[in-house]
Ligand binder design. Sequence first.
Ligand code: UFG
Length: 345
Amino acid sequence: MTTVLVTGGAGYVGSHNVLALINAGYDVVIFDNLSLGHSEIVEILKNQSAAGRVIDFLKGDLQNFQDINSAFEKFDISAVLHFAAFSQVAESVKNPQKYYFNNVYGTLNLLKAMIENNVMKIVFSSTAATYGEPEYIPIDEKHPQNPINPYGRTKLMIENIMDDYDSAYGLKSVRLRYFNVAGADTKSRIGEWHVPETHLIPNILKSTFSGGQRFKMFGTDYDTKDGTCIRDYINVEDLAKAHLLALKHLLNGGGTNFYNLGTNDGNSVKEVFRTCEDVTGKHIDVDVLERREGDPASLVADNKKSLSDLGWKPEKTLTDSVASAYAWEKIYQETLLNGELNKCH
Ligand code: UFG
Protein backbone atom coordinates (compact mmCIF):
# COMPACT_ATOMS: atom_id res chain seq x y z
CA MET A 1 0.00 0.00 0.00
CA THR A 2 1.38 3.39 -1.01
CA THR A 3 -0.18 6.54 0.41
CA VAL A 4 0.15 9.84 -1.43
CA LEU A 5 -0.53 13.25 0.11
CA VAL A 6 -2.32 15.57 -2.30
CA THR A 7 -2.27 19.24 -1.32
CA GLY A 8 -5.06 21.18 -3.03
CA GLY A 9 -6.88 17.92 -3.68
CA ALA A 10 -10.28 19.63 -3.46
CA GLY A 11 -9.43 21.98 -6.33
CA TYR A 12 -9.73 21.54 -10.09
CA VAL A 13 -6.47 19.87 -11.11
CA GLY A 14 -5.87 18.30 -7.70
CA SER A 15 -9.24 16.53 -7.60
CA HIS A 16 -8.75 14.95 -11.03
CA ASN A 17 -5.40 13.69 -9.82
CA VAL A 18 -7.02 12.16 -6.73
CA LEU A 19 -9.32 10.14 -9.01
CA ALA A 20 -6.39 9.04 -11.16
CA LEU A 21 -4.43 8.00 -8.06
CA ILE A 22 -7.16 5.83 -6.56
CA ASN A 23 -7.81 4.25 -9.95
CA ALA A 24 -4.11 3.41 -10.11
CA GLY A 25 -4.28 1.73 -6.68
CA TYR A 26 -2.88 4.41 -4.36
CA ASP A 27 -4.40 5.52 -1.07
CA VAL A 28 -4.79 9.28 -0.88
CA VAL A 29 -4.75 11.91 1.84
CA ILE A 30 -6.23 15.20 0.64
CA PHE A 31 -4.89 18.31 2.39
CA ASP A 32 -6.83 21.47 1.54
CA ASN A 33 -7.90 24.63 3.36
CA LEU A 34 -11.03 24.83 1.16
CA SER A 35 -10.38 28.49 0.37
CA LEU A 36 -10.68 27.65 -3.33
CA GLY A 37 -11.41 23.93 -3.19
CA HIS A 38 -14.89 22.65 -2.37
CA SER A 39 -16.20 20.38 0.39
CA GLU A 40 -18.72 19.02 -2.15
CA ILE A 41 -15.80 17.81 -4.30
CA VAL A 42 -14.23 16.12 -1.26
CA GLU A 43 -17.53 14.29 -0.62
CA ILE A 44 -17.77 13.17 -4.25
CA LEU A 45 -14.18 11.95 -4.13
CA LYS A 46 -14.69 10.11 -0.84
CA ASN A 47 -17.60 8.23 -2.41
CA GLN A 48 -15.12 6.89 -4.95
CA SER A 49 -13.25 5.10 -2.18
CA ALA A 50 -15.48 2.19 -3.17
CA ALA A 51 -12.92 1.60 -5.89
CA GLY A 52 -11.05 -0.17 -3.08
CA ARG A 53 -8.73 2.60 -2.06
CA VAL A 54 -8.96 4.92 0.92
CA ILE A 55 -9.35 8.68 0.64
CA ASP A 56 -8.82 10.70 3.81
CA PHE A 57 -9.37 14.42 4.11
CA LEU A 58 -7.48 16.84 6.35
CA LYS A 59 -8.62 20.45 6.42
CA GLY A 60 -5.55 22.55 6.98
CA ASP A 61 -3.51 25.48 5.78
CA LEU A 62 0.03 25.22 4.46
CA GLN A 63 0.80 28.57 6.06
CA ASN A 64 0.40 26.84 9.41
CA PHE A 65 3.35 24.47 9.88
CA GLN A 66 1.56 22.39 12.52
CA ASP A 67 -1.36 21.75 10.16
CA ILE A 68 0.82 20.23 7.49
CA ASN A 69 3.23 18.54 9.87
CA SER A 70 0.35 16.68 11.50
CA ALA A 71 -0.55 15.14 8.13
CA PHE A 72 2.85 13.43 8.04
CA GLU A 73 2.60 12.40 11.70
CA LYS A 74 -0.85 10.91 11.24
CA PHE A 75 -0.37 9.05 7.95
CA ASP A 76 2.40 6.92 6.51
CA ILE A 77 3.02 9.05 3.43
CA SER A 78 5.39 7.94 0.65
CA ALA A 79 5.22 10.96 -1.66
CA VAL A 80 3.46 14.29 -2.21
CA LEU A 81 1.58 15.76 -5.16
CA HIS A 82 1.51 19.51 -4.53
CA PHE A 83 -1.29 21.53 -6.17
CA ALA A 84 -2.33 23.94 -3.42
CA ALA A 85 -1.75 27.46 -4.77
CA PHE A 86 -3.37 30.64 -5.93
CA SER A 87 -3.13 30.90 -9.71
CA GLN A 88 -4.80 34.05 -11.01
CA VAL A 89 -2.31 36.23 -12.82
CA ALA A 90 -4.24 39.52 -12.54
CA GLU A 91 -4.90 39.02 -8.83
CA SER A 92 -1.21 38.27 -8.25
CA VAL A 93 -0.29 41.65 -9.73
CA LYS A 94 -2.76 43.48 -7.47
CA ASN A 95 -2.00 41.49 -4.32
CA PRO A 96 1.46 39.89 -4.59
CA GLN A 97 1.70 39.46 -0.82
CA LYS A 98 -1.18 37.00 -0.91
CA TYR A 99 0.69 34.98 -3.55
CA TYR A 100 4.12 35.01 -1.94
CA PHE A 101 2.72 33.98 1.44
CA ASN A 102 0.38 31.30 0.17
CA ASN A 103 2.41 29.84 -2.67
CA VAL A 104 6.02 30.32 -1.52
CA TYR A 105 5.76 30.36 2.28
CA GLY A 106 3.14 27.61 2.19
CA THR A 107 5.47 25.45 0.10
CA LEU A 108 8.40 26.17 2.43
CA ASN A 109 6.31 24.77 5.30
CA LEU A 110 5.34 21.75 3.24
CA LEU A 111 8.95 21.00 2.31
CA LYS A 112 10.09 21.49 5.91
CA ALA A 113 7.47 19.02 7.13
CA MET A 114 8.46 16.57 4.39
CA ILE A 115 12.15 16.72 5.31
CA GLU A 116 11.47 16.43 9.06
CA ASN A 117 9.34 13.35 8.39
CA ASN A 118 11.75 11.92 5.84
CA VAL A 119 9.35 12.07 2.87
CA MET A 120 11.67 13.07 0.03
CA LYS A 121 9.59 12.82 -3.17
CA ILE A 122 7.33 15.52 -4.58
CA VAL A 123 5.53 16.18 -7.86
CA PHE A 124 4.93 19.90 -8.19
CA SER A 125 2.30 21.76 -10.17
CA SER A 126 4.31 24.40 -12.04
CA THR A 127 3.27 26.48 -15.02
CA ALA A 128 4.11 27.80 -18.45
CA ALA A 129 3.86 31.21 -16.77
CA THR A 130 7.40 30.59 -15.47
CA TYR A 131 8.68 31.12 -19.04
CA GLY A 132 7.21 34.61 -19.41
CA GLU A 133 6.96 36.22 -22.84
CA PRO A 134 8.00 33.49 -25.30
CA GLU A 135 11.27 33.99 -27.19
CA TYR A 136 10.35 31.16 -29.54
CA ILE A 137 7.44 28.77 -30.15
CA PRO A 138 6.97 25.91 -29.36
CA ILE A 139 8.47 26.42 -25.91
CA ASP A 140 10.77 23.65 -24.75
CA GLU A 141 12.18 23.18 -21.25
CA LYS A 142 15.43 24.94 -22.25
CA HIS A 143 13.52 28.16 -22.88
CA PRO A 144 14.68 30.86 -20.40
CA GLN A 145 12.42 31.26 -17.37
CA ASN A 146 11.65 34.98 -17.01
CA PRO A 147 8.16 35.22 -15.53
CA ILE A 148 6.38 38.53 -16.08
CA ASN A 149 3.99 38.46 -13.10
CA PRO A 150 4.11 37.57 -9.39
CA TYR A 151 2.15 34.34 -9.93
CA GLY A 152 4.77 33.02 -12.37
CA ARG A 153 7.55 34.21 -10.07
CA THR A 154 6.13 32.29 -7.09
CA LYS A 155 6.18 29.09 -9.13
CA LEU A 156 9.71 29.70 -10.41
CA MET A 157 10.95 30.47 -6.88
CA ILE A 158 9.53 27.15 -5.72
CA GLU A 159 11.26 25.33 -8.59
CA ASN A 160 14.55 26.95 -7.56
CA ILE A 161 14.00 26.13 -3.88
CA MET A 162 13.41 22.51 -4.83
CA ASP A 163 16.79 22.38 -6.64
CA ASP A 164 18.55 23.78 -3.56
CA TYR A 165 16.76 21.28 -1.32
CA ASP A 166 17.82 18.42 -3.59
CA SER A 167 21.48 19.52 -3.40
CA ALA A 168 21.36 20.01 0.37
CA TYR A 169 18.87 17.41 1.63
CA GLY A 170 18.31 15.00 -1.26
CA LEU A 171 14.67 16.04 -1.82
CA LYS A 172 13.64 14.73 -5.26
CA SER A 173 11.10 16.73 -7.25
CA VAL A 174 9.41 16.53 -10.62
CA ARG A 175 8.07 19.90 -11.71
CA LEU A 176 5.33 19.79 -14.31
CA ARG A 177 4.83 23.01 -16.22
CA TYR A 178 1.22 23.12 -17.34
CA PHE A 179 0.03 25.00 -20.37
CA ASN A 180 -3.78 25.59 -20.49
CA VAL A 181 -5.59 22.88 -18.57
CA ALA A 182 -9.06 22.05 -19.90
CA GLY A 183 -11.92 19.56 -19.63
CA ALA A 184 -13.36 17.44 -16.83
CA ASP A 185 -13.68 13.87 -15.60
CA THR A 186 -15.09 11.72 -18.45
CA LYS A 187 -17.75 10.37 -16.06
CA SER A 188 -18.70 13.94 -15.03
CA ARG A 189 -18.14 13.22 -11.32
CA ILE A 190 -15.98 16.33 -10.94
CA GLY A 191 -14.93 19.27 -13.10
CA GLU A 192 -13.69 22.85 -13.19
CA TRP A 193 -15.31 24.96 -10.44
CA HIS A 194 -13.67 28.33 -9.93
CA VAL A 195 -15.39 31.28 -8.27
CA PRO A 196 -15.02 33.66 -10.02
CA GLU A 197 -14.30 31.85 -13.27
CA THR A 198 -11.69 33.52 -15.50
CA HIS A 199 -10.83 30.73 -17.96
CA LEU A 200 -11.86 30.67 -21.59
CA ILE A 201 -13.71 27.36 -22.04
CA PRO A 202 -15.89 27.45 -18.91
CA ASN A 203 -16.71 31.11 -19.58
CA ILE A 204 -17.89 30.36 -23.11
CA LEU A 205 -19.93 27.38 -21.87
CA LYS A 206 -21.44 29.21 -18.89
CA SER A 207 -22.72 31.91 -21.25
CA THR A 208 -25.04 29.33 -22.87
CA PHE A 209 -27.02 28.79 -19.64
CA SER A 210 -29.81 31.03 -18.44
CA GLY A 211 -28.45 33.70 -16.12
CA GLY A 212 -24.96 33.30 -17.61
CA GLN A 213 -22.96 36.38 -18.57
CA ARG A 214 -22.41 37.03 -22.28
CA PHE A 215 -19.05 35.74 -23.41
CA LYS A 216 -16.35 38.40 -23.73
CA MET A 217 -13.59 37.82 -26.27
CA PHE A 218 -10.44 39.72 -25.26
CA GLY A 219 -8.65 41.09 -28.33
CA THR A 220 -8.91 40.21 -32.00
CA ASP A 221 -5.90 42.23 -33.22
CA TYR A 222 -3.04 39.92 -32.23
CA ASP A 223 -0.41 38.92 -34.74
CA THR A 224 -1.80 35.38 -35.10
CA LYS A 225 -3.60 33.45 -37.85
CA ASP A 226 -7.04 34.92 -36.98
CA GLY A 227 -6.11 37.81 -34.68
CA THR A 228 -6.95 36.00 -31.40
CA CYS A 229 -4.56 34.51 -28.83
CA ILE A 230 -3.26 31.00 -29.31
CA ARG A 231 -2.97 28.60 -26.37
CA ASP A 232 -2.08 24.95 -25.92
CA TYR A 233 -5.11 23.27 -24.30
CA ILE A 234 -4.15 20.15 -22.38
CA ASN A 235 -6.87 17.82 -21.12
CA VAL A 236 -7.03 17.45 -17.33
CA GLU A 237 -7.19 13.62 -17.47
CA ASP A 238 -4.15 13.50 -19.76
CA LEU A 239 -2.48 15.86 -17.31
CA ALA A 240 -3.27 13.53 -14.38
CA LYS A 241 -1.67 10.61 -16.26
CA ALA A 242 1.57 12.59 -16.47
CA HIS A 243 1.49 13.05 -12.69
CA LEU A 244 1.15 9.29 -12.21
CA LEU A 245 4.18 8.72 -14.44
CA ALA A 246 6.17 11.37 -12.58
CA LEU A 247 5.18 9.80 -9.26
CA LYS A 248 6.22 6.35 -10.45
CA HIS A 249 9.54 7.80 -11.61
CA LEU A 250 10.20 9.16 -8.11
CA LEU A 251 8.96 6.05 -6.29
CA ASN A 252 11.32 3.98 -8.46
CA GLY A 253 14.24 6.10 -7.24
CA GLY A 254 14.31 8.58 -10.13
CA GLY A 255 15.91 12.00 -9.78
CA THR A 256 14.78 15.60 -9.95
CA ASN A 257 13.51 16.83 -13.32
CA PHE A 258 11.01 19.16 -15.00
CA TYR A 259 8.66 18.78 -17.94
CA ASN A 260 6.21 20.72 -20.06
CA LEU A 261 2.67 19.38 -20.13
CA GLY A 262 1.05 20.47 -23.37
CA THR A 263 0.09 19.04 -26.74
CA ASN A 264 2.62 20.61 -29.15
CA ASP A 265 -0.34 22.29 -30.79
CA GLY A 266 -2.15 25.57 -30.35
CA ASN A 267 -5.72 26.74 -30.85
CA SER A 268 -6.91 30.31 -31.19
CA VAL A 269 -9.67 31.78 -29.04
CA LYS A 270 -11.90 31.83 -32.13
CA GLU A 271 -11.20 28.14 -32.77
CA VAL A 272 -12.08 27.27 -29.18
CA PHE A 273 -15.23 29.36 -29.50
CA ARG A 274 -16.29 27.48 -32.66
CA THR A 275 -15.58 24.15 -30.97
CA CYS A 276 -17.87 25.20 -28.12
CA GLU A 277 -20.61 26.09 -30.61
CA ASP A 278 -20.19 22.69 -32.32
CA VAL A 279 -20.24 20.71 -29.07
CA THR A 280 -23.22 22.56 -27.55
CA GLY A 281 -25.08 22.82 -30.87
CA LYS A 282 -25.90 26.41 -29.91
CA HIS A 283 -25.26 29.80 -31.44
CA ILE A 284 -23.26 31.64 -28.79
CA ASP A 285 -23.35 35.42 -28.44
CA VAL A 286 -20.03 37.19 -28.13
CA ASP A 287 -18.85 40.69 -27.18
CA VAL A 288 -15.47 41.60 -28.62
CA LEU A 289 -13.42 43.65 -26.14
CA GLU A 290 -9.94 45.15 -25.97
CA ARG A 291 -6.98 42.92 -25.22
CA ARG A 292 -6.74 41.65 -21.64
CA GLU A 293 -3.58 43.00 -19.99
CA GLY A 294 -0.65 40.58 -19.82
CA ASP A 295 -1.89 38.04 -22.39
CA PRO A 296 0.95 36.87 -24.69
CA ALA A 297 -0.16 36.31 -28.31
CA SER A 298 0.86 32.67 -28.42
CA LEU A 299 1.87 29.93 -25.93
CA VAL A 300 2.49 26.43 -27.26
CA ALA A 301 4.45 23.65 -25.57
CA ASP A 302 7.18 21.51 -27.00
CA ASN A 303 6.34 18.29 -25.13
CA LYS A 304 9.02 15.95 -26.57
CA LYS A 305 10.93 15.69 -23.28
CA SER A 306 7.94 14.33 -21.36
CA LEU A 307 7.34 11.80 -24.11
CA SER A 308 10.95 10.58 -24.24
CA ASP A 309 11.61 10.55 -20.45
CA LEU A 310 8.22 9.74 -18.92
CA GLY A 311 6.57 8.02 -21.90
CA TRP A 312 3.68 10.49 -21.62
CA LYS A 313 1.56 11.25 -24.63
CA PRO A 314 -1.64 13.29 -24.45
CA GLU A 315 -4.53 11.49 -26.12
CA LYS A 316 -7.54 13.74 -25.88
CA THR A 317 -8.53 16.42 -28.39
CA LEU A 318 -9.83 19.91 -27.81
CA THR A 319 -13.31 18.61 -28.70
CA ASP A 320 -12.97 15.92 -25.99
CA SER A 321 -12.08 18.59 -23.44
CA VAL A 322 -14.95 20.88 -24.43
CA ALA A 323 -17.42 17.97 -24.44
CA SER A 324 -16.45 16.81 -20.93
CA ALA A 325 -16.40 20.41 -19.68
CA TYR A 326 -19.92 20.91 -21.08
CA ALA A 327 -21.25 17.70 -19.51
CA TRP A 328 -19.84 18.80 -16.15
CA GLU A 329 -21.14 22.36 -16.56
CA LYS A 330 -24.69 21.01 -17.01
CA ILE A 331 -24.40 19.11 -13.72
CA TYR A 332 -22.88 22.14 -12.03
CA GLN A 333 -25.71 24.39 -13.23
CA GLU A 334 -28.42 21.92 -12.24
CA THR A 335 -27.14 20.96 -8.81
CA LEU A 336 -24.08 22.65 -7.36
CA LEU A 337 -24.70 26.23 -8.51
CA ASN A 338 -27.80 26.49 -6.26
CA GLY A 339 -25.68 25.68 -3.23
CA GLU A 340 -23.06 28.20 -4.37
CA LEU A 341 -25.71 30.92 -4.66
CA ASN A 342 -27.14 30.02 -1.23
CA LYS A 343 -23.68 30.48 0.28
CA CYS A 344 -23.64 34.08 -0.97
CA HIS A 345 -26.97 34.95 0.70
N1 UFG B 1 -10.19 34.72 -22.86
C1 UFG B 1 -11.28 35.42 -23.41
N2 UFG B 1 -12.41 35.53 -22.66
C2 UFG B 1 -12.53 34.98 -21.40
C3 UFG B 1 -11.44 34.28 -20.87
C4 UFG B 1 -10.29 34.18 -21.62
O1 UFG B 1 -11.21 35.91 -24.53
O2 UFG B 1 -13.61 35.13 -20.78
C5 UFG B 1 -8.97 34.57 -23.65
C6 UFG B 1 -7.75 35.19 -22.97
O3 UFG B 1 -7.65 36.55 -23.27
C7 UFG B 1 -6.63 34.33 -23.54
C8 UFG B 1 -7.28 32.95 -23.74
O4 UFG B 1 -8.68 33.20 -23.76
O5 UFG B 1 -6.25 34.84 -24.79
C9 UFG B 1 -6.97 31.97 -22.64
O6 UFG B 1 -7.24 32.57 -21.39
P1 UFG B 1 -7.38 31.77 -19.99
O7 UFG B 1 -7.71 32.77 -18.94
O8 UFG B 1 -8.30 30.62 -20.17
O9 UFG B 1 -5.92 31.17 -19.76
P2 UFG B 1 -4.51 31.92 -19.68
O10 UFG B 1 -3.75 31.52 -20.91
O11 UFG B 1 -4.63 33.36 -19.43
O12 UFG B 1 -3.89 31.35 -18.31
C10 UFG B 1 -3.62 30.00 -18.07
C11 UFG B 1 -3.77 29.74 -16.58
C12 UFG B 1 -2.76 30.52 -15.79
C13 UFG B 1 -1.39 30.24 -16.30
C14 UFG B 1 -1.30 30.43 -17.78
C15 UFG B 1 0.02 29.94 -18.26
O13 UFG B 1 -5.05 30.10 -16.16
O14 UFG B 1 -2.83 30.14 -14.43
O15 UFG B 1 -2.33 29.69 -18.45
O16 UFG B 1 0.10 29.97 -19.61
F1 UFG B 1 -0.51 31.07 -15.72
